[in-house]
Design a protein around this ligand. Structure first.
Ligand SMILES: Nc1ncnc2c1ncn2[C@@H]1O[C@H](COP(=O)(O)OP(=O)(O)OP(=O)(O)O)[C@@H](O)[C@H]1O
Length: 311
């Protein structure tokens, strides 16, 4: 078919659009580009490619072509890259199956969706083109696939230096987290769900669509990306010596019954800052999120993702 730019597309060719962030993670996706081409070409796909050089490029990539010709959009990058693409797809009203390659540092989104974190294995799995619809979250006017939160450790991802991430990987987040410990403070917030209102002092809260964040794979052990619900996990302002116990339990996913942990499920959650004197930055899928107050809703089965086939 002919598109507006007078480029020729052949009707029965299958097309994939690949957007990759060359600086995500340890930059290793670039070494796997050839394998990506080999795998998809062998399955009969023609590949069009866009290399990002800044945040604005995700939107530019999707606006600069007729997305209707593509059978799928694949993003190679970290959680931030995936989040930018998700937001652009919805803002531009583009309905296309989305595949993700775990080329970032933490890759929480890929992990939560059951993808292998090995890039070659992830490419093999994507090439099977098994698709499922998943829920997404909306906070104020921004969308997320995995998390939205604020408080202790929530700014670590945004505050970690890119070069440190490239060289040290996940350990870079750990270093930044340790550096941020002395700054943390308790915070009075009001949490409103469809069922209840809770006002208390907390160290942090995180609203989860998937099970894990920040490399903690069982942060919301009961969460599911297709149950139409959020899982909120919040740690109350308890004595400091109780925090290590909670974090140890987070590793095994047994923290949700701890007296200092609030866990609830809801379709809609609002969070208001009740402090007069300070506000906190929010985090959304590892990037800076919207300003408080936050009004969050689940949008069930909103996006078709390419996922590993169920065994
Ligand atoms: N070519 C580029 N050079 C520098 N920064 C870029 C480039 N392309 C995109 N970016 C920036 O990369 C950031 C997103 O990085 P991304 O989240 O994908 O990787 P990561 O931080 O290593 O992984 P994760 O979020 O999984 O820990 C965005 O802030 C975006 O603006």
């Amino acid at each position: 078919m002919w598109n507006q730019n007078w480029e020729v597309y052949i009707m029965d060719t299958k097309y994939i659009f690949l957007i990759y962030n060359p600086v995500s993670g340890n930059k290793s996706f670039c070494e796997n580009l050839d394998y990506f081409f080999e795998t998809f070409q062998n399955k009969g796909y023609e590949i069009h490619i866009y290399r990002t050089s800044c945040e604005e490029d995700f939107s530019k990539a999707l606006q600069s072509r007729d997305m209707k010709i593509y059978d799928a959009l694949i993003v190679a990058g970290g959680d931030g890259s995936i989040n930018f693409v998700l937001n652009c797809l919805i803002e531009l009203n583009i309905d296309i199956p989305l595949g993700v390659i775990p080329a970032g540092t933490m890759n929480d989104i890929c992990y939560n969706m059951g993808m292998s974190l090995d890039i070659v294995e992830a490419i093999d799995s994507l090439s099977l083109m098994h698709m499922e619809k998943v829920d997404i979250g909306l906070t104020n006017d921004k969308y997320f696939l995995n998390t939205c939160g604020a408080g202790l450790f929530m700014e670590v991802s945004q505050n970690t230096d890119r070069q440190l991430k490239n060289v040290m990987g996940r350990a870079a987040y750990l270093l930044t987290g340790i550096k941020e410990l002395p700054k943390f403070k308790k915070w009075r917030i009001r949490i409103t769900t469809d069922e209840k209102v809770i006002e208390d002092e907390f160290y942090f809260f995180i609203v989860m669509n998937g099970k894990g964040a920040g490399g903690f794979h069982k942060l919301a052990p009961e969460a599911s990306m297709n149950d139409g619900l959020f899982d909120l996990i919040a740690v109350k302002a308890c004595p400091l010596n109780e925090l290590p116990i909670i974090f140890a339990k987070v590793l095994t996913g047994t923290h949700t019954t701890n007296k200092n942990v609030l866990h609830l499920k809801s379709e809609n959650i609002s969070i208001e800052n009740m402090e007069d004197t300070f506000d906190l930055l929010t985090d959304m899928d590892g990037e800076e999120g919207p300003q408080m107050p936050l009004k969050m809703s689940v949008i069930p089965s909103r996006i078709k993702m390419i996922l590993p086939p169920k065994q």
